[in-house]
Design a protein around this ligand. Structure first.
Ligand code: AMP
Length: 392
């Protein structure tokens, strides 16, 4: 089955075409469009499993133009399309066929994910126009993996009308947490059913999930992807009293709060330098005190939240690092491991330093074990789409 995966962020779109015959599948073709400099141009990169084919710029791009160029370059017509959709509330537990009714339900979650859901659903519409109605389209939701949370883990301690208005913890990065926790259990060779794993998705956005027997039982992101860990430009959890103070004393509007909490906080806010971990590490090596402080706050926040998830699991068998920072920064992994040494975490530092991937990086015989696993979100979207299509 030829599965076209479309994974859209707020200013980029990753596409992978899988010729799916079994789970060891690699994409046969991929494309990446980046319109973070939207006013100028979108950059489109197309490559096959063998290497890069073509790079181009699309001036004054809109979603429709980008998708038209992209579909024109497809080497074969897909049998199905599978879309990552950020917010499915508590409605969608697994990949679903995107019927008009489902699309409308997903659109209903747009106020909860304004920079993602509308754009992702616009892409679904455009793709239907381009591929025709005979190619079924599936939605794989970032919130789906966390729909197993118990009320104790998802109800906020506000008045009960919050819950009636849909204000509860949903959690995000679910596709990544699901893939990574299941893959880690495979690598550990143990029973998935018996594993108690914390997955640390550390990219531009950062979140943890506590996964018991393959099922999410707690997670750090909440009603929105702002909650929990300190991130590149997002604050993570802060005292809500600060927001009230900013409104009362400084006349902040909702838009001002949103912009500061999402784009001007986190590593970028603390340092005033950058929300990008590579730049922060370089500044730290150059002796920058704010960069050092940001690094310490960031790694302390991870350690504190990891420890905070353990009661929900009754113990911890493994801690797994993934995404841009988790996969590539031995400094962050070492600092977090150091702060969790009281739990028995003991890193094998030579292994940690040697670009580990899909392997254990803690000392033999120690527990909890520590691993690095590459997040294969697009593969996981294809897998879930294949499973849903096979069931139908
Ligand atoms: P993602 O959102 O998963 O693409 O991750 C983006 C984050 O990963 C950014 O903060 C990058 O600076 C960080 N990152 C990527 N490569 C490295 C690296 N080699 N060392 C440290 N951080 C990295």
């Amino acid at each position: 089955m030829k599965i076209l995966v479309l994974n859209a962020g707020s200013s980029s779109l990753k596409c992978h075409l899988f010729d799916w015959v079994g789970e060891s599948q690699k994409p046969v073709w991929q494309a990446h469009a980046d319109w973070s400099r939207k006013q100028v141009a979108a950059r489109l990169t197309i490559s096959t499993a063998e290497g890069k084919l073509q790079e181009s710029e699309i001036p004054n791009p809109d979603v429709s133009t980008i998708l038209r160029q992209l579909t024109a370059a497809l080497p074969m017509v897909p049998d199905v399309a599978a879309h990552r959709i950020v917010h499915g509330g508590s409605l969608f537990h697994k990949a679903v066929l995107l019927t008009p009714e489902v699309q409308q339900q997903a659109m209903g979650f747009s106020p909860f994910a304004p920079s993602h859901n509308p754009m992702q659903l616009e892409i679904v519409d455009e793709m239907e126009r381009m591929l025709g109605p005979k190619v079924p389209q599936y939605g794989v939701f970032d919130t789906a993996f966390h729909t197993t949370l118990a009320p104790e883990a998802y109800v906020y301690a506000g008045p009960s009308h919050w819950l009636e208005r849909g204000i509860r913890r949903y959690g995000f990065h679910g596709i990544s947490h699901q893939y990574v926790s299941h893959h880690a259990a495979k690598l550990l060779g143990g029973e998935l059913a018996a594993s108690r794993i914390v997955t640390a998705h550390l990219g531009n956005g950062c979140s943890l999930a506590a996964v018991v027997g393959g099922v999410s039982v707690a997670t750090t992101m909440g009603f929105t992807p702002l909650d929990g860990l300190v991130m590149g430009t997002r604050s993570g959890s802060v005292d809500p009293g600060i927001l009230i103070h900013l409104v009362r004393q400084y006349g902040y509007s909702a838009d001002m709060l949103e912009a500061e909490l999402n784009q001007e906080s986190g590593l970028k806010g603390i340092t005033g330098i950058s929300g990008d971990m590579r730049e922060l590490l370089a500044a730290m090596q150059g002796g920058s005190e704010p960069a050092r402080l940001a690094f310490d706050i960031y790694t302390s926040s991870i350690a504190r939240f990891v420890a905070g998830l353990i009661p929900a699991m009754g113990g911890l068998d493994a801690l797994v690092f993934t995404a841009g920072i988790g996969e590539n920064s031995p400094e962050v992994r070492a600092a977090v491991a150091d702060k969790l040494a009281f739990l028995g975490v003991a890193m094998d530092e030579p292994v940690n330093q040697n670009k580990p991937m899909d392997q254990v990086i803690s000392q033999a015989g120690t527990k909890p074990q520590v691993l690095v696993v590459r997040s294969e979100e697009d593969w996981e979207i294809a897998r879930q789409c294949f499973a849903a299509q096979s069931e139908s």
